[in-house]
Write a protein that binds this ligand. Structure first.
Ligand SMILES: Cc1ncc(COP(=O)(O)O)c(C=O)c1O
Length: 299
């Protein structure tokens, strides 16, 4: 059934509301039932299947719809052409990459968040307080000091790139926010290990530091950054007139789960006046386990 959601309103009142709330409600209930069926039977489904050629062609070649298709027709297409062909990351037997699975309850929470569609830039409202509270709970769990601040980001890459931006502001030696990198004389250098996740390359590219100035420090037999080699690299850059700004440590590398010696990195950075950024995307939550917490003590 095709339904034009633009109808059902008087010409005086243009709205994005559904044309008929009851059929909207019915569609919503159906979507929820279908997704719960899908998630609860995931284990019986293949982790992945090839997108058939006709489906691929239909998705890629569908012309721009200039007229309303109707919400039910679009949903049918989702059921037919999209839901059966995910990359598999929510399947329990997906072992190829480290990609989050999400949870059924998070799916419902996403619906609540989208339903309220809060704008978190400020003003006096409850959803903004939730973000503040979640950040402060995380800070407490991680054992961070009173007054710790933060923001929720869309994922590990964005969180770390933002962290590197903070490091650059703090340590560039010029007011980067005002002058950009044009104000600096020395080349800014950043240090990570050969095991650091690929976000760091995107970060130095995006922040105008450049991959030529990213030093990939070798690792020991346990895949942890060699602190001696780090020391030498920083000293060599200083001797050449460059400006070291930041060391990137990792609490749980994506390849092997290795945790850099964060305490040693922290001591080194403090002595050298460098910013220490720790990528905890994979392993920071080890902090919650009494057995594993010592691994990430330097956080
Ligand atoms: C250690 C580490 N850092 C960063 C990332 C990037 O996270 P995202 O994919 O959420 O951007 C990952 C993802 O696997 C990771 O394991």
């Amino acid at each position: 059934m095709t339904r034009d959601t633009a109808t059902g309103t008087s010409p005086k009142e243009l709205t994005l509301d559904p044309g008929d709330w009851e059929s909207f409600r019915a569609l919503g209930h159906r979507m929820l039932d279908d997704m719960v069926d899908h998630l609860s039977t995931l284990r019986e489904q293949p982790a992945w299947r090839q997108v058939p050629e006709p489906v691929r062609a239909s998705l890629l070649e569908e012309p721009l719809p200039r007229l309303p298709q109707g919400d039910e027709a679009v949903y049918e297409e989702f059921l037919r052409n999209i839901r059966p062909y995910p990359n598999g990351n929510i399947h329990p037997r997906f072992f190829g990459w480290v990609q989050g699975t999400g949870t059924p309850l998070a799916m419902l929470a996403d619906m609540l968040a989208s339903g309220l569609n809060p704008h978190l830039a400020g003003l006096n409202h409850a959803p903004a307080l939730v973000e503040q509270k979640v950040v402060s709970w995380l800070a407490t769990l991680m054992g961070f000091p009173e007054g710790t601040s933060g923001v929720l980001e869309s994922g590990g890459t964005m969180a770390s790139i933002l962290g590197l931006a903070v490091a650059r502001h703090a340590k560039a030696g010029v007011d980067v926010r005002k002058q950009g990198l044009q104000g600096g004389r020395a080349m800014l250098t950043v240090y990570c290990s050969t095991e650091t996740h690929g976000w760091v390359q995107k970060g130095v590219e995006l922040l105008g530091i450049g991959t030529d100035w990213l030093r990939r420090i070798p690792v020991d037999e346990q895949f942890r950054m060699k602190t001696g080699a780090l020391r030498e690299a920083v000293a060599a850059d200083r001797a050449a007139g460059h400006r070291p700004i930041c060391v990137v440590g990792t609490a749980g590398t994506v390849n092997t789960g290795a945790v850099d010696d964060l305490n040693a990195l922290a001591d080194f950075c403090q002595a050298e006046g460098l910013w220490l950024h720790v990528d905890g995307a994979f392993g920071a939550l080890a902090r919650l386990s009494p057995r594993l917490a010592p691994l990430v003590a330097g956080l």
